[in-house]
Structure formats: C-alpha cells, structure tokens
Design a protein around this ligand. Structure first.
Ligand SMILES: O=C(O)CCC(=O)C(=O)O
Length: 290
C-alpha cells in the first residue's frame, strides 16, 4: 500500500429545500474536524451543504476506495454547493466554498457580454530562461496597488468598471470578506489556460482569501497538493481535485489553500467557448526593498 491512496468517495442523496448561507469561516464553522474521513484517507471532506433547492445528505455508509492515484471531482452545479475542507496540516486547514448559480444564468449572460467587450483586456508576455512567449489568455488588473506575478507587473488601476464594483460588493456582502483588488482572466477558447501556480505572492500576505467568479463556458479548475519537502518536488502521488467552474459559479479559497495547494486551468482537448474568470483578492503594500 506504500504508494497507494485510500480515498473516501462521498455518497448520499438529494433532499429537501435548504437555505443558502455563506459566512466567513470565522463566523460560522468549526475548524479541523474531518468527520467522514478515515485516518489514512487524505481526501476532501464535504463539511456542509447548502443549496437553493436541494441539499446533499451525507450517507454514512461511504465506501473507502483503494486506488493508486485517484482524482476527486467536485461538481459545481447546484448540488455541489458547500464547504470542503480539502486538507489539514501544520499550516492549518485548506478550505473551498463552492456556490453554483451565485449569479443567475440570465444575469450572468449579459454580465459576460459586458465584461468581454468593456474590460481593457491585454495579452502579457512571459520571459522564461531567456525565451519570451505570450500568455495563453488575456488579463486585466484593478486595484490601487500594483500586482506582480511570474515577473509580470500589473500597474495600479483604480478605475473600476461599475459592473465589477457591483460584483465585488455582492461577493463581500454574501461572504463577509472584503477585497481591494481584482485580476480578470479571459480564456478565448479551449486552448487558453493558466499553468500550475499558487496565489502566494508576498503582496497577498499569509493565508489569502481568493474569491473566484466564473462566466461563460465551463472549464475545469484543477488542484494538486504540494508534496512534502522530502519528495523533492515530486507531484506523482499528491492529492488532486477537479472542480468544474460553470457560468455564474463562485469559488472561495480560504485558509492554507495557497500555502499547501497549487491550481491551474488546463487546455482542453475539445474546443471550448470563451470564459471569463474574476479573482478578487486583497493586496497589501510590499515592504520597501533594502
Ligand atoms: O481561471 C481560473 O479559474 C483561475 C485563475 C487563476 O488561477 C488566477 O487568476 O490566479
């Protein structure tokens, strides 16, 4: 069993109407309990489910699968709503909150069109080992401070589009978190992507909360756990998750998620339509370099 993984497959059924409640973890949830997991099972645990129409009821007879290297799959349609503690470690709990239909489809349709046409999209150039290449997506930055990632610097842009300000307000109201910045991504088709990374730049400080809102075609948001130091960067047997993010879905990443996990949106084999992803964050001024 050395290289095998034991994983819990969450089983259950859909029942009754449930009230939508999303509160910041500090206000509403207990940290660290992994109630339906086995001692050996590193998989994610569904803590609580709250959906507009139906609620997922956990079935205690969940079976433990022994498989070499499985990928867990969290559906993001209404039935996937809930809070997922995806790992617990020395750095704390890594947690996802998923809210399908955060924006209703009709509203999401016109928002998508407005954002596609009115955001000042730009294709940045990466330089890696002396070779420059165009980022396989378009981006835009909003916030009073600059943002640097992968040696790209986004200049401050305090001119928030009214629709983006409205979405920020709506997310802040529902989650109880506040954000001062936004990185927008436009995936023009299935060939556009973002590679494995964590949102862990120093300007995001420790345990950043990232609120990620998606519009347009569904793309799979993949996550993989960072290997322990003794694995020397070998990701072969790390825990993995797939979260399909569809039109109007809000994903919140909290706790140690950026410290302990990486994420990406891979290219697709089959073509996809355009997708816009908005990642709201809080940026802090970086200490002056000496
Ligand atoms: O498009 C997404 O869902 C992810 C975007 C992302 O990883 C980022 O902006 O850091």
């Amino acid at each position: 069993m050395e290289d095998k993984r034991q994983r819990v497959r969450v089983q259950g059924s859909w029942a009754g109407p449930a009230k939508r409640t999303v509160l910041p973890h500090s206000a509403s949830r207990t940290v660290g309990s992994r109630s339906h997991s086995t001692a050996a099972g590193p998989g994610w645990v569904k803590k609580e489910s709250s959906v507009p129409e139906k609620q997922f009821v956990f079935d205690a007879s969940s079976e433990v699968q022994k498989i070499a290297c499985a990928v867990q799959y969290i559906p993001s349609f209404c039935r996937g709503n809930g809070t997922y503690e995806i790992s617990t470690g020395a750095t704390g709990v890594s947690r996802l909150q998923l809210l399908g239909n955060f924006i209703e489809p009709k509203e999401a349709d016109w928002m998508f069109e407005q954002l596609r046409l009115e955001i000042p999209w730009k294709q940045e150039t990466h330089v890696r080992q002396g070779v420059s290449y165009l980022e396989p997506r378009l981006t835009a930055w909003y916030g009073d401070l600059p943002y640097s990632y992968s040696r790209i610097r986004k200049e401050p842009n305090p001119h928030w589009h009214p629709l983006l300000s409205m979405l920020k307000d709506r997310i802040e109201e529902v989650t109880g978190y506040t954000f001062n910045s936004l990185l927008c991504n436009l995936y023009r088709n299935g060939k556009d992507s973002v590679d494995w990374h964590s949102d862990n730049e120093p300007s995001l400080s420790v345990n950043p909360v990232i609120a990620s809102l998606s519009f347009g075609d569904t793309r799979v948001f993949e996550m993989r756990k960072k290997p322990a130091p003794e694995k020397n960067g070998d990701f072969t047997y790390v825990d993995r998750l797939k979260v399909p993010l569809d039109h109007g879905t809000l994903l919140i990443m909290e706790g140690a998620t950026q410290e302990d996990w990486q994420h990406r949106v891979p290219k697709e084999y089959h073509d996809r339509g355009a997708r816009i992803n908005l990642t709201f964050r809080t940026i802090f001024p970086e200490p002056a370099k000496r």
